[in-house]
Write a protein that binds this ligand. Structure first.
Ligand code: NAG
Ligand code: NAG
Ligand code: NAG
Ligand code: NAG
Ligand code: NAG
Ligand code: NAG
Length: 511
């Protein structure tokens, strides 16, 4: 469970929902401001792999043989008897998909899978990172000498005779790196908070991971597939990385070190192998270079450190968001927020800890924020503008960059203008209702199967049945969101008419 976040850029913003979680403090949370990021403007990344030879079907046949069918695509992972339950340990798997009538080509082949997440790595139902693989029958010398591996993937770096394989997994644009996100035990809608956020972000025209609901079978006992291997409902996600169909920024090519980068701001989520930069004066926590990791050279890290220090000094804001906040920077482009990632404790969930009211369901006065940490009324990024509300951890969730930018009428009125555009289009109540209606109908049978499998951790005593629990949790999410949108409509209307007038800066001017 990593932290949620939002994207922002120096031109316009739309503050959306309150987000997120924490690894160390159960329920610590964070804000979320959403802003339009400057679009990526340079070509990048590897070309799409050629479509592989016809394949698929094997998974559907095996599932039919055990009497399982789903209206969702199904993914079967077979570890040949190895446990797949330990974070960071790569397990070779055979993987196939059954598209269940969806218009995509099934995968059938090899992959490397591992448990991912921070707190969620300890949950009963794990989420997995999956890298697609294929046999590499070329000699090492041939790989080293030529461009052979580069177009279609790379050697895994291990001497396992495999190389990565780019494929349009579940119908998403081809790549080798994917995530099977299994939800968690906090968001009882079974992952709809992340689903919602990524789809709202994408609907606004910004990149966020695509989402494909699936059901997963994990065969880890070396035996043939059986119904006992059912592993629950998952969302197929794109791993965040620099690629044309993902974070579309230019490739970093020395000596020009100004981009592109995919970065994240973390607090307590630093893990072995992470590439960090800094220290940056005034920041408690480092910035991570997520991509490109391999050639984030000393020079590149020094360039970025100096860049962030200048940014920080210009804003005079001694800390930023809480954690797991992604940013990207194209070559010669501005720093831009996004992609949106990790909102499983957003939208009114959880406690507000360690912020005010954490022991009282987040109840507190409206203050400068307009509401408490989990209320649908209130700017989450302004919670700590009233210092007495944030005494337990005065630097947690403060979002000082956003607070500072919010003081600039070019930013706040730009955000109001962008908000109005989105609410008149892809973020309208009608569009959002339709998203919920279609998706809940589509996933309900799978959700109920998932509850059967995980009732011990999912079924709460205050609900009478799995169906009642899920229906209520989804309704709570929708109702919180709808109140929050209405509150934001009112606040942005005030911004738009607050003497700053309509945005004095066009979206383009912010780039
Ligand atoms: C990626 O960015 C380049 C340069 O702006 C653009 O030409 C290309 O269409 C983008 N690709 C995608 C898939 O958005
Ligand atoms: C997960 O469990 C391990 C072993 O019990 C423990 O050391 C670790 O702190 C736990 N991690 C989280 C994030 O709860
Ligand atoms: C390597 O694999 C490819 C495709 O599977 C095949 O066409 C080729 O003949 C193989 N080469 C060797 C040296 O085995
Ligand atoms: C393959 O790996 C090499 C060296 O690690 C790297 O320079 C290259 O960009 C990689 N190619 C792809 C397509 O990822
Ligand atoms: C990163 O690696 C690529 C391919 O190896 C290379 O062309 C590029 O110059 C490297 N970038 C930096 C900043 O070293
Ligand atoms: C980086 O390359 C761009 C062209 O893509 C150029 O306009 C810019 O001046 C270069 N910056 C540096 C620091 O070399």
């Amino acid at each position: 469970m990593r932290r949620g976040l939002l994207w922002a850029a120096l031109g316009l913003a739309c503050l959306l929902a309150a987000a997120s979680s924490a690894a160390a403090a159960p329920g610590a949370r964070r804000s979320l401001a959403q802003a339009a990021a400057a679009p990526a403007s340079q070509p990048s990344a590897a070309p799409a792999a050629p479509a592989p030879a016809a394949e698929g079907g094997a998974c559907c046949e095996q599932l039919a043989a055990i009497g399982f069918s789903s209206n969702l695509p199904v993914v079967v992972l077979d570890t040949a008897g190895q446990p797949l339950d330990t974070k960071g340990k790569d397990v070779p798997v055979r993987m196939c998909t059954c598209n269940s009538g969806q218009p995509f080509k099934d995968y059938e082949g090899l992959a490397s899978a591992s448990v991912r997440g921070t707190t969620s790595a300890n949950a009963t139902k794990k989420s997995f990172a999956v890298t697609l693989q294929q046999p590499d029958n070329k000699s090492k010398a041939a790989r080293d000498g030529g461009s052979s591996a580069a177009a279609n993937g790379n050697s895994t770096g291990k001497d396992d005779g495999l190389k990565s394989r780019s494929f349009a997994f579940l119908g998403m644009p081809a790549d080798e790196d994917w995530i099977l996100y299994g939800g968690d035990e906090v968001d009882l809608t079974q992952g709809m908070r992340n689903w919602l956020t990524y789809n709202l972000a994408r609907a606004s025209g910004r990149y966020a991971s695509r989402t494909v609901w699936v059901e997963v079978f994990l065969v880890d006992n070396g035996a043939p597939l059986s119904l006992d291997d059912y592993h629950g409902i998952y969302i197929g996600l794109e791993k965040l990385k620099i690629a044309k169909q993902r974070v579309n920024v230019s490739k970093l090519v020395a000596p020009n070190l100004s981009g592109g980068y995919l970065l994240s701001y973390e607090n307590d989520n630093i893990e072995a192998g992470d590439v960090t930069l800094g220290p940056i004066k005034g920041w408690d926590h480092p910035v991570l270079v997520k991509d490109p990791k391999k050639n984030a050279t000393v020079e590149a890290l020094a360039w970025l450190t100096q860049y962030f220090q200048a940014f920080q000094d210009a804003l005079e804001a001694p800390d930023w968001l809480r954690g797991s906040v992604y940013m990207h920077k194209d070559r010669d482009g501005p720093l831009a927020a996004g992609p949106a990632w990790d909102y499983n404790e957003a939208y009114g969930l959880c406690c507000g800890y360690p912020i005010e009211g954490w022991d009282k369901q987040g109840v507190s006065g409206p203050g400068q924020a307009g509401g408490s940490a989990i209320s649908p009324e209130g700017w989450r990024f302004l919670i700590c503008a009233d210092q007495e509300r944030c005494q337990i951890d005065p630097t947690d969730g403060i979002s000082r960059w956003y607070r500072r930018m919010w003081q600039d009428p070019r930013f706040s009125s730009g955000a109001a203008q962008r908000w109005a555009e989105l609410r008149a289009g892809p973020w309208s109540d009608a569009q959002i209702d339709r998203m919920f209606t279609e998706t809940t109908a589509q996933i309900k049978p799978a959700v109920l199967r998932n509850f059967d499998k995980y009732s011990a951790v999912l079924l709460k005593p205050w609900y009478s049945s799995a169906e009642q629990e899920w229906t209520s949790e989804v309704a709570n999410l929708q109702s919180w969101l709808s109140k929050h949108l209405a509150w934001l409509d009112g606040e942005f209307a005030k911004q738009a008419s607050s003497g700053n007038g309509p945005a004095s800066v066009s979206p383009a001017a912010g780039r």
